[in-house]
Design a protein. Structure first.
Length: 179
């Protein structure tokens, strides 16, 4: 006869692992949010020091992505999750890849700011970019909130926001190309 207390112990440990992964994703998301905020603030203020600090912090995000990805791989290999647990692990793998990419883009913005801060930094030229950056910041915050709450409605709203950002980006690129 199987030992039910041992099964319960294993399930509880698995639940703690999944909750730990969710918590790690949210921590990574918080770092990326701050990194994006700092990069945009550096652009707005033409602040080379803040931009340099932002760019050098990217290693934290990269390290977290590797650590969370390894945890997900271990869970898939050892726990063989099914249904909602499997969806969660696969979703986490996609989220951390996206967060890492956003962190890389924040780093690129910061590096750009360090270059323009040394020359003539005219904020007027970056108004559209800062506006799109604000939309992306809101979208990132809402996406992380939807994940934290496991709220599918809010996730759908984030997808709609993504379409708006894409449309604004395309409009900005068309406008830039006409100059």
């Amino acid at each position: 006869m199987p030992d039910k207390s041992n099964d319960a112990h294993i399930v509880q440990r698995f639940d703690r692992e999944l909750e730990g992964v969710r918590s790690d994703v949210l921590a990574m998301g918080g770092i990326v949010e701050q990194q994006l905020n700092d990069a945009l603030q550096a652009m707005s203020d033409c602040d080379a020091e803040l931009a340099e600090r932002t760019a050098t912090n990217d290693y934290k995000v990269n390290r977290m992505e590797v650590q969370i990805d390894e945890t997900c791989t271990r869970i898939l290999a050892l726990r063989q999750p099914t249904a909602s647990d499997l969806r969660l692990v696969l979703t986490v793998a996609k989220i951390i890849a996206d967060l890492e990419r956003i962190g890389d883009e924040a780093e690129r913005i910061a590096l750009f700011v360090t270059r323009i801060a040394r020359s003539n930094c005219n904020r007027r030229h970056y108004t559209e970019l800062l506006h799109m950056g604000a939309l992306v910041k809101d979208m990132l915050h809402n996406a992380l909130d939807a994940f934290a709450r496991m709220d599918p409605r809010q996730a759908v709203e984030v997808a709609r926001m993504d379409e708006k950002v894409d449309a604004e980006y395309e409009a900005h690129m068309r406008q830039t190309m006409t100059y």
